[in-house]
Design a protein around this ligand. Structure first.
Ligand SMILES: [Zn+2]
Length: 399
């Protein structure tokens, strides 16, 4: 199969490993708010990837973290006058419920950053020893000048890298930094923020180091596929590469970097600040899991998705036909042969998870199966094929 690797900016062959599982790490949620359609799309795309790999016979070891050491969580907890752990607990439970509703399979490992601090400290210590990081006033920073390839995935010059990092939480004015693009590995944090013991005093980790620690702890020094939303192409994922490879001594840290395009709403970027979020649970309640899944997979995962509420309705009828074709009976007459369509479906999926093309083939198969069943033909194999492919794509086939 071919997968688009964001680091190479090209589709590359991905061979299933022999004698070991495929390892997959997907950056998880910060549990302070409700699952919106951007989250739903990203985790649904990786759910289809996992199902597709398993469908081909691979064992998949899938780690998805919970970013429960992060500013937005602490700020929200303070604003609402609740403990950050209590808020995180509640939001993680809600997120899991939303995933179950969307028929997204749970990951093999679901670690929380707050419980993995012990795995982060040795990586930071080693980066200091190697000269890639420095201590200033209880904070530890990664020195981007020590990595000539820093930020390569983003394909940007220094000024653009810095501007992008600044939009996404970087503090360029921090006087302790040697370079405004240096990123924090350990920080003293704001007063009232939770802290942990470290060789540099009480503090907490930076966001990027959390994922390096959890990915290597659960999946090993090298990971087959690492994914997330397209907003992680910079700075989060390049920071992970920069801080992981010198410590493990193994390159590449990740064989394939996969990113799901961001979700828009009616032509506007869906964001908390614009207040135009669509929540997964509302859409689920309104449409059910199968129409929503079909809609979200109807565009290629790397493209940005413009979510339109009125567009979901047409997928309700499709999901109903899918269910009917999957349950079609009819054992007289010439059997319907879907083997050619099956091959086309497989070829589409093998081409960087081309779900729009695969769904177009499935749509034809559904029509053919229902027509043949209406004519009284034998659709035993055809409906079994439809069921198999639909289940592989994660459809529940329930009303
Ligand atoms: Zn991450």
């Amino acid at each position: 199969m071919l997968l688009f690797n964001s680091l190479a900016r090209a589709k590359e062959p991905f061979a299933l490993p022999t004698g070991r599982p495929v390892t997959l790490y997907v950056c998880g949620v910060t549990p302070y708010d409700t699952t919106h359609m951007g989250h739903a799309r990203t985790y649904l795309v990786f759910d289809v990837l996992v199902r597709y790999l398993r469908w081909q016979g691979a064992e998949v070891r899938y780690c998805q973290n919970v970013t429960d050491v992060d500013d937005p969580l602490f700020e929200r907890a303070k604003r609402d006058g609740v403990g950050w752990q209590e808020l995180a607990e509640r939001q993680v439970a809600q997120y899991q419920e939303d995933c179950r509703g969307l028929n997204i399979l749970p990951p093999t490992y679901f670690p929380r950053a707050s419980e993995e601090i012990g795995a982060m400290l040795p990586i930071i210590e080693r980066l200091i020893e190697l000269g890639h990081a420095y201590v200033a006033d209880g904070n530890v920073y990664f020195s981007v000048r020590t990595d000539p390839d820093f930020g390569k995935m983003a394909r940007m010059g220094y000024d653009e890298l810095l501007a992008t990092a600044n939009q996404r939480g970087n503090d360029p004015g921090d006087p302790r930094k040697r370079d405004p693009l240096d990123f924090v590995l350990w920080q003293t944090g704001k007063p009232d923020d939770p802290t942990w013991e470290s060789p540099w005093g009480l503090g907490r980790p930076g966001w990027h180091i959390e994922c390096s620690a959890m990915a290597t702890r659960y999946l090993g020094d090298q990971v087959d596929i690492h994914g997330g939303g397209a907003d992680l192409i910079f700075p989060h994922h390049p920071c992970e590469i920069a801080q992981t490879e010198p410590v493990t001594g193994k390159r590449p840290f990740v064989r394939v970097w996969m990113h799901a395009g961001l979700v828009w709403l009616d032509g506007e970027k869906m964001s908390k600040s614009l207040g135009n979020l669509v929540f997964a649970r509302d859409a689920l309640r309104e449409h059910g899991p199968d129409p929503l899944r079909w809609y979200l997979l109807s565009q290629h995962y790397r493209e940005e998705f413009d979510y339109r509420r009125e567009a979901v309705a047409q997928y309700v009828a499709l999901a109903l036909q899918l269910r009917q074709a999957a349950g079609a009976r009819g054992t007289e007459g010439a059997p319907l042969d879907l083997s050619r369509a099956h091959a086309e479906f497989s070829a589409a999926m093998a081409e960087d998870l081309n779900t729009p093309a695969a769904l177009a083939v499935l749509h034809t198969m559904i029509g053919d199966t229902l027509a043949a069943a209406a004519e009284g033909r034998d659709v035993t194999n055809a409906s079994a094929t439809v069921r198999d492919l639909a289940t592989m794509l994660g459809f529940t086939l329930s009303a």
